[in-house]
Every structure is written in C-alpha cells, then in structure tokens.
Design a protein around this ligand. Structure first.
Ligand SMILES: O=C[C@H](O)[C@H](O)[C@H](O)COP(=O)(O)O
Length: 227
C-alpha cells in the first residue's frame, strides 16, 4: 500500500518517462521517485524504445537491470541527452539539495554531462529557501575529522552519516557529512566555499543546473521551468 507521498512520487516518475525519446542517452538519477521512472522506462523499452542509461548508483543500476533498461558508461558515450533525477529540496530558482540517499557525486556527474536536467519531486520538496534538509557533503575518509572541522567553520552543525550503527560508506568509498546550515541565503557561494575545502569530494548543492522540475501534488502534476 503506497503512502500519499509515494503515490505522488509514482505519478511524477511515470510522467518523466514520457519525456524520453527514441535513441536518447539518459542519466538515471537515484532514489524512490526515480525508481518509478525506471520502471516505466522498462515498459517503454519492452514496447520498442531504444535507449541507453548511465546509472548514478549501484541501486539504480540494479533497478535498471531488473526492469530491462539497457546501461552504458562514459567510456562509450560522450554526453547525455537528458538526466532525470529526484531531489530533497527545490527552491524558486530551481536550485537543489540532493544526496539524501548518498548518491550526490555520481548524480552531479550525470547532471553536468546532460544537455537537459529534469527533476522529479512531490510537492513536499518545494521550498522557498534551501536548508531545512541537512546538506549532504561527500568527503574522503582520510582525515575526515579535519575536513569536518573546516566545514563547521563555515557556520554549521554536522553529523557523519551512519547506517546500521556503522559509518555510511558511499558507492565511491567515501563518507557523508550531513550539515545543518539553517536557511541557505546564497547556495552558489556556499557550494563554492565547501568545494574548496581539502577532503570535500562534492556537495549536494546543485545550483544553476536544473532545466525543468515536474512536481506532483494532490490534484495535478505541474511543470516549473528555468526562467
Ligand atoms: O542521493 C539521493 C538523491 O539525491 C535522491 O534523488 C534524493 O535523495 C531524493 O530521493 P527520493 O526520490 O527517494 O525522495
């Protein structure tokens, strides 16, 4: 039995699959909303759609295999036509917080590699200002305590992400620091400040990258587009 939020995730995930055209190379994001998009893409592939996707996480790769979506990698393609991904927060300028599922680094790679970035969310993710959701920052394990101290100097409280009482390790073998900055006034500047800290691999701030956001709410699906 799906929760109301999951039903909205399903709705926008399925909707997004219809943006894909024959022959496209697609960046496949991560998370429970993307799951529905991949499932629907699998159905379209069975009906004859020819596409190839690059997954942003091991979980996404598994789903793609399960639903019959062909995969490729960056040794075989030069770029992507479109990337479709979820988000943890979206602001009015279509800036994003991502990485709730820990896949932010590969997600940023496939977002940057694509001609178009389409984000799929339920309405609870749309906010005026980013920052209620703690910002995930991927860091190298070596000296992560030093990296964390430098990040704290930018004005946040943080925790190292854990899972089942162990430190959570990303698909890239790194750690995630969940950073509570409060409302983020200037996401672009914060992203730049964070990325300059030695040991930071990537941040969950995706600024000036999103072209379209498909938002699912109770009575409709709406489209937000880059101004
Ligand atoms: O690392 C995970 C990703 O950034 C997800 O796209 C994000 O957390 C949204 O996930 P969901 O669709 O499950 O809410």
């Amino acid at each position: 039995m799906l929760t109301e939020q999951d039903q909205l995730k399903k709705l926008v995930g399925q909707e997004a699959a219809h943006y894909i055209k024959d022959g496209m190379k697609i960046g496949l994001g991560s998370g429970s909303t993307v799951y529905w998009m991949i499932k629907m893409l699998g159905e379209r592939v069975k009906e004859g759609l020819h596409i190839e996707g690059i997954p942003s996480s091991n979980q996404t790769a598994e789903w793609a295999k399960e639903f019959g979506v062909p995969l490729t990698d960056f040794s075989k393609v030069e770029g992507l036509d479109v990337t479709i991904d979820g988000a943890d927060e979206v602001d009015g300028n279509l800036n994003l917080v991502k990485g709730g599922g820990g896949a932010l680094f590969r997600e940023k790679v496939i977002a940057k590699a694509a001609k178009e970035l389409i984000i799929i969310v339920d309405e609870s993710k749309v906010v005026e200002k980013l920052g209620d959701f703690p910002l995930p920052v991927e860091v190298l394990p070596f000296g992560w305590e030093m990296t964390a101290a430098k990040i704290k100097e930018l004005g946040c409280e943080l925790t190292v992400r854990s899972k089942d009482n162990e430190v959570y390790v990303t698909d890239n073998g790194n750690y995630i620091l969940d950073c509570q900055f409060g409302k983020i006034e200037n996401p672009e500047m914060l992203d730049q400040e964070l990325i300059q800290i030695v040991g930071v691999v990537e941040t969950g701030l995706f600024t000036n990258m999103t072209d379209k956001v498909i938002v699912g709410s109770k009575d409709k699906v709406s489209l937000l587009e880059r101004k």
